[in-house]
Every structure is written in C-alpha cells, then in structure tokens.
Design a protein around this ligand. Sequence first.
Ligand SMILES: *Cc1c(COP(=O)(O)O)cnc(C)c1O
Length: 441
Amino acid sequence: MAEHAIALVAAAGAETGSNQLVYRDQTLQMEGVCIDTIAGAVPTPFYCYSSDAIRTAYLTLSAALKPIGASVCFAVKANGNLSVLGLLAALGSGMDIVSGGELERAESAGVPASKIIFSGVGKKRSEIASALEVGIHQLNVESEAELDAVIEVAGALGVRAPVALRVNPDVDAGTHAKISTGKKHDKFGISFEDIPALYAKALAAPELDPVGLAVHIGSQILDLSPYRSAYSRIADLVRSLRSQGLPVRRLDLGGGIGIPYDHGSSPDLGEYAKIVGETVGGLDCELTVEPGRWLVGPAGILVAEVLYIKETADRLTAIVDAGMNDLMRPAMYGAVHPVFPLKQVRQGSHTYQIAGPVCESSDIFGTYSDLAPLRSGDRLAFGCAGAYGASMASTYNARDLAAEVLVDGDRFRVIRRRQTTKALLTLEEETEWHGSPSTLR
Ligand SMILES: *Cc1c(COP(=O)(O)O)cnc(C)c1O
C-alpha cells in the first residue's frame, strides 16, 4: 500500500476523468442522476454504473477493432451483473467466461453459446460438460491434463469439442505481479515448446476440433509493447504449426487493456489495433479480444458514507462504511481508486487516510491529499470501480453484499438487491450429519 499521499481527489470544478460522472452545482451526478438522490433510496455502500459509459466503451472498442476484423468477448469476471451483461449482449458482445457459474450468467443474459468462450486454468469436468452441452463456441485449454479431460467428457457426450490451446508466450506484461499471467512461471497457459505436440494430439483425437490458439498475458496493461511481443510470438507459432500441417483458424488475443485509475491516459486503441494488425493480421485467422476492465471499469463507482473521523497523533483517518469486502483491489493489489465527495460544500485541503470497517489492517482505500474537510455523514464515491469491484466482493465480517445500481439517462434502477445475512443464514439452517455416530467422536 502506497503510504504517501496522492492527489487523486476531484477538487471543486475539477475533472472526474469521465464524461458520465460530473459535478453540477457542486453535486456529483452520473449522467442525469444526482448520486445523492440514489443514496437517499439505496443504503450505502452500493455500486453504481453508467449505461452510457459502458455502451460508449463497447462502441469505441468495436469501432477501433473493425479495420482488423476482430470481435469482442467481454470478460464476465470483471462484472457479471445480469443487467451489465444484458447491456453488452444487446450491443452484440460475446462473452469470455471462466466458470460454470459465469456460463449460467451469460446464458441468463441472453448470450448465445456460439458467442461464448470458456477460459480458465481449472475447469471441472461438470463445467466442461455443461459448456459442451449448450454448444459453446470454444474451450480454451490450459494443460495436457485438461485436454485429456475434454476428450473424455466430449467422448461421453458424443460431441466434438472446439478447443483452442492457451499459449504461455513467456512475456512480461509489465503489470502487477498478481495480475501477470503470461510469464513462464505463471500458472497459466501451455509453454511454447509444448504446443505443437499437443496440437497434433488434439487434431488426432476424434472428440476434438482444434480451432486455434489463445493468449492472455495479464491485466491492467498500460504500455502496449508486451502485446506486440506476445502477438509476434503467436504469429510465429501459427506459421510453425501450419508448416507442420496443423491448421489454425482462430486466434483469441485475450484482454488486459488498462484504464487510468489516476487520471492518466488510457492506452491508445488505434495503436492496439495497429499492433494486432501488424502481428497477426495477415494470418487469415478469425480474431477475438477479451477485454473486461477496459469496458466497464471507468463506468462504475462505489458509494460510501463517512462514519467517523479519527484523529491520531500523525494523521486523520476517515472511516467509511465500505470496506475491503466490497472493493478488494486496494488490499489485494495496492490499487488506489480516485475519490469524489458527493457534495462539494466545504473549502480547504486536508490529507486523509480512508479506511473501511473490516477487522484487517489492510482494509485501507488509500491516503488522499487535497480533500476538503470531511465530516461524519458525508458521502464519497470511489471511482473506476466498475470492474473487479462487485464481482470480487465477499461477505467477510458478515457484511452484506452491496447493492448494484444502473443509471441510464435521468433514470436509475437497482440491478442487484443487497444480499442480506438473513438470506445467507438460510443456507446454514437445517444441516444434517452424515455417517454413523461413532465416526463423529
Ligand atoms: C481476466 C481475463 C480477461 C480480462 O482481463 P481484463 O484485464 O479485465 O481485460 C481476459 N481473458 C482471460 C483469459 C482472463 O483471464
């Protein structure tokens, strides 16, 4: 956790870095809705997303990718809310999933199985079976053991499984260690050298239809050069496989495009498309990209209320009613989300550490300079919280899962009600013992 104070705070009249999140008359608004109005109807903490921001992001990305003919599969793990998925599905987005649960979510949102790619290093046989039964577009396989499992499951179901092999290109994505996935020692993908033999094995198996290769080097990538290295290596691999008589029709280029959490700038999508075009564009493959964060991250905020201002010898701490269970990124990755007071009512500039209520020392959002004086009862919004926010939340400390709200124009709607402890307790009631009493002693 960065201990130094950082100036991430929107001072009066300053930019929030988003077209959909703006101050009007000193009050924070998302599109045409005043966030404080939502807070009057939905208890804090809650997540709030801008439909317009998600739509605009999707349309911007697909326009940038159009010249290279790449399609988009949204990485559901970034934000799996049914309404968010439905919004993207209506625009034509496919989905990239990593579990049977995400398959259920994507299907519930009306995404056809022919637009769903199943990634992930640890698929259970039951999950592989569900995916094959619905006619999934592609299973991205990450090991020989998994390939064997797919052969077995497809054989039992009497279907031919479309598989891509996920390559570990041994490229450093230049991102946080916990979200780097394309280096040799990361747990993801199949090493470069092992691909040809496995691809040949897949081609020889009547249960499999080896369609191509997949790669995903990591997340929150701001410098695009690792993509060029990874995609160049993939292009070499495609040429080498083809020279051995192994057909490659599809390339899944993964996600990972970063967003500016600190008001910096986003990678240039035109530049990204150019890299794709120059590396794998001429291979006559169907291309897919799988962004998660870039599509939904900037569209969301987490709204919290200040409970207490705690003054100690060396600092002021604002304790808020949202915690690491709601937004895990600060504790897990040392991430710092920008903070916006819902109302700009006071003048002055103070430095506050903002902390949550969870009983862990790591439940700290960050230390923020340039905050106008805070008081108990003030409400704050943490920005850039639309990705890996609600989807990573837990009920640790028996805290309810926060509600989620969607704004569209001048309307808002609760798209997930708060999950209460009472609802969770029903899963723990009426348990029964199994086995004979003697084994219980
Ligand atoms: C997580 C993940 C993504 C999405 O990553 P973002 O950084 O959110 O774009 C895409 N593909 C795979 C295989 C992933 O695991």
